[in-house]
Each structure stands twice: as structure tokens, then as C-alpha cells.
Write a protein that binds this ligand. Sequence first.
Ligand SMILES: NC(=O)c1ccc[n+]([C@@H]2O[C@H](COP(=O)([O-])OP(=O)(O)OC[C@H]3O[C@@H](n4cnc5c(N)ncnc54)[C@H](OP(=O)(O)O)[C@@H]3O)[C@@H](O)[C@H]2O)c1
Length: 367
Amino acid sequence: MCPHGPAPRSEPVSPVADSDVAHMARAVELGEGVRGTTAPNPWVGAVLVTADGTAFEGATEPPPGRHAEIVALDAARSAGADPAGATLFTTLEPCSHTGRTPPCVQAVIEARIARVVVGITDPDPRVSGRGQAVLIDGGIGVHEGLCAHDITASLGPYLHQRRTGRPWVVLKLAATLDGRIGAPDGTSQWITSLQARADAHALRARCDAVLVGAGTVRADNPSLTVRDAPGTDPRRFVLGTVPSGANIHPCTEVDGPLPEVLEALAAQGVVELLVEGGAHVAGEFHRLGLVDEYVVYLAPALMGGDDGLPLLAGAGAASIDQLWRGQVTGVSQMGPDLRVTLRPFTYREGPSPGTVAADGVAEHPAS
Ligand SMILES: NC(=O)c1ccc[n+]([C@@H]2O[C@H](COP(=O)([O-])OP(=O)(O)OC[C@H]3O[C@@H](n4cnc5c(N)ncnc54)[C@H](OP(=O)(O)O)[C@@H]3O)[C@@H](O)[C@H]2O)c1
């Protein structure tokens, strides 16, 4: 459950009820539950608490489906409950623009909801505070910043994609403990255990798209589907030319400078991209500083020698003072293997300047 600390802003701060925190924590869970299914939209969760204290839940549906707030509102109405006077908890600011669906703020105002508790502001330029402004103008009390830290962590890839115009890039590789991802003869299946591979499939399901180099397609003929975990297959992209007859069809071939490739993928609605190698593609993403999160599965195996494929091919650090250093964000055991996740030091888990940075509640009374 998200803790709540002091609000960082100068607005009057409302007391945070434990029940408010519990409702928002549940909304975060609901959003996490649909992660990987909502692109290009964020995975938002919402809880509507009617005047008699009954809670109705919602989460973003796959496009062109409903946004989380509308799912919760519809759930209340289907149960015969009146949303008038209710409190809506939503992890992300409700939208104020017409996209595939009408603006959520309009539905909230028409339902005569009394109070909206928003986790964080939506950085999408089409929203960006406008949703809250419309609600306040509509006579609704808006409270912002509850569980902001947890929500920022949960929606991190979405926030990154909207702010940078590039997907959140996760680089995933499986290696021996001496850092080899393939043998000299090009074989690499399998370095890690079934358990580690099932976890990698869950990672695939969480991402909207997966990308590999043409060298990996030539060597492994992978299908890149989600088989050993629940979830749906991501879209598949290959850097370079796909040989005819490859398992990976359907897929899209992409080429060009990697920053431009990423911008093109974001424009196609990819929020979270899983790069699965091979060594040259991984090395290039790393060298260009385009990796937001590294996930390395390490098998208790040693290849030895100097002719196996390294994790990151191409030029590396020339001197020890040029080592790339990151921050370990997780270590866990998957069967006999280790899973290590790390992020660049530049990564800051928390809202960017201009958004609420802690878990207090900044209150905006209705006008
Ligand atoms: N253990 C693991 O986690 C893992 C994962 C994946 C692969 N692997 C192993 O890695 C090996 C394949 O790796 P690899 O290094 O030979 O090939 P790769 O990195 O998969 O692919 C390299 C190819 O990608 C294309 N490409 C297009 N733009 C590129 C760019 N900007 N940067 C880099 N490549 C670009 C080029 O294909 P064209 O030549 O067609 O232009 C290039 O030859 C295989 O042995 C495979 O089994 C292991």
C-alpha cells in the first residue's frame, strides 16, 4: 500500500484518510492488471465510491474500449447505484479531449460526482492539467497527488513515452555467468532454465512490442510469442531484413538510426518496447544510451574462452574509468538462474518537475 507523506506544494493540504489510501492503492493494482494491453493508452485504474460507501472498479480497456473511469461509472450504473455525490479515485488525471472515446471529464461532470482524487497529472499534451481544470470549473472538488510515488513508478514507461516521444526500452538478455549470450557456433538455446524463460514470456506480455536484430532471426528463427505465461503476443519488429520462411511472421522490418526507429515506433503507439538482442543490436542500443531498463538472466554456467558472443558486441569501454555504471533495481532467483534488473543512474523514480512529487494530497477546491 502506498504511504503518504507531506505534500510538496503550497496548496491547502487535506487530511488523507486511510480509506482514501486503500482505494487509490486498489486503483493502482487495477491499472497494473491491464498493463501491456492498453497501448497507446496508459494502464489506468479507477475506483468509484458511491455516497453509501460501495466501491465500483474499473481499468482501461484495450483500444478502442473504455477508459478506467468510465468502466467504474458503468459498473455502478449496471448495479443500479447512483454515482451522484460519489468520490472517484483515478491513478491518472481524467482526459479532457476527444480521442477514440469522448472526454472522461464530461462523463464525470454529467454523473454529478462530488470529488475526484487524482494520482498524477497526465503529461500527454492533450491533457496536461486541463482535465483537472475542467473538473474544477464543473464544480467538482479535485484532490491531486495521492500515492503519486507508486503511480509514477507504475506508469513510468507511459510517462517516459509521452515526455520523450520514444518508447520505454527494456533490454533483455540471457547469459552465462561469464557474460556470454551465444556459443561460437551461433547456438544460444537454451542458456537459462524453463523458469527464467517463463518469466521472460511474462515480460513480453507486459510489453507492447518486441524487437530483435536480423542476426537473431537468422540464427534462432524465433517466434517471439507469449507461450509460457498468461497474456497476449506483442507486436514484433526486426532490425534489418527478415529471411523468407522465418517463424517470426507476421512482423515489421525496421531500419535506420535507432533514435529515429524509436520515434517511429512511439508514433505507432508503442509505449513499452522489449529489445531481445542479439549482441550487436544490444550493443548499439546500449552505446547510444537508449536503454531505460536492463533485464539480464544469468545461468550458473560458464562458457569460457574468448570466442563466445558477448552481451554487448561492438566497441566497449576503453578504460576502467569509462565503465558504464547503473543501479541494481532487483535481484531474484528463477529456478537455478538469477534475474538482475538495472537502470541507468540518470533514471529517477519520481515525478518530473512540475508534478506532485510525494504522496500528500494537494487540494483544489471546486470553483
Ligand atoms: N542469449 C540471448 O539472450 C540471445 C538473445 C538474442 C540473440 N542471441 C544470439 O545472438 C546471436 C545473434 O546476434 P548478432 O549480434 O549476431 O545479431 P543481431 O544483433 O541479432 O542482429 C544484427 C543485425 O541486425 C541488423 N541491424 C539493423 N540495424 C542495426 C543496428 N542499428 N545495429 C545493429 N544491428 C542492426 C543487421 O542485419 P542485416 O545484416 O540484415 O542488415 C545486423 O547484422 C545469435 O547467436 C543468437 O542466438 C542470444
